[in-house]
Design a protein around this ligand. Sequence first.
Ligand SMILES: [Zn+2]
Length: 345
Amino acid sequence: MTGKGSALAGRLAQGTVLGAEGYVFELERRGYVKAGAYVPEAVLDFPDAVTELHREFLRAGADVMVALTYYAHRGKLRQVGRESELEAMNRQAVRLARQVAAEGGALVAGNVCNTWAYDPQDAATADVVRGMYTEQLGWAAEEGIDFVIAETNDYLGEALIGLEVSQELGLPAMVTLASTGPAETWDGYGYVEACKILAGHGAAIVGLNCDRGPATMLPLIARIREQVDCAVAAQPVPYRTSEASPTMESLRAEGVARVFPLALDPFSCTRFEMADFAVAARDLGVNYVGICCGAGPHHVRAMAEALGRTVPASKYSPSMDLHPILGTAAPRQNLGVLDAWNVIL
Ligand SMILES: [Zn+2]
């Protein structure tokens, strides 16, 4: 199904939809998720922390609250010894997202991602993946979601399973690919071709999320936008990727043994860079503009405001005029301090 007549279609018809993700990364920084496994145990252990981050993104202008079920699939929960809590975690995640979405009229998305169980050479693994998606999205549908985000797909084959399961539940789906390779999915489809196939199978939105920063996602998403007829999503990581290091996983820093995933901070994009990305993506015709791992609410608010919106958190947006040194009304005796700040050594 294409999702025509759905709440998602209605929102897309109104203009650019602003997304905000990266929950697992941000909750890890806050001490509620274990890096490595990256299972969103906080949904059960610290639900207030999840609710708070939803609320921060909502106030910053996010149009969609994404249920934190990323990596909350059977395989991952088994790995961390919490398989018996699988259903509780998935249902609770949707409830938390719904509760906050209702505070601001946001849409609610269910969420599935790459499972690490899929192998295109082994047909039996497709059934394993289908089973995991069916139970996760079945619970999400029962709790009440507007659409599904099936994301960070390394394989087109796995992405298509997420789409099919969504369609069986009668839910529109946004299906996005990870783009860790230079040009192709791990099962050998060019990213543009893979998006065309997903669109052809009825995805409501296709595109890319995670892995690439704005600089290296924009050229690829421009080609996808030219080639597909349905809505397109771009949710980069807020890191300064480059032609030499097109993904956050390939970023390198002198003297740092491993930059990804715990030492990415020096590569962080500023709020201004993410605002520029939002405008550039909108101008390319991207319909769902967002942000992934590394995102903070300050990025999202800057993106929302760059798209011409005033959001709840805009009440506290910067007014540098009021700054005691930088403001236009700063006393003259502070000008010397400003000069000292601006000295280039
Ligand atoms: Zn991400």
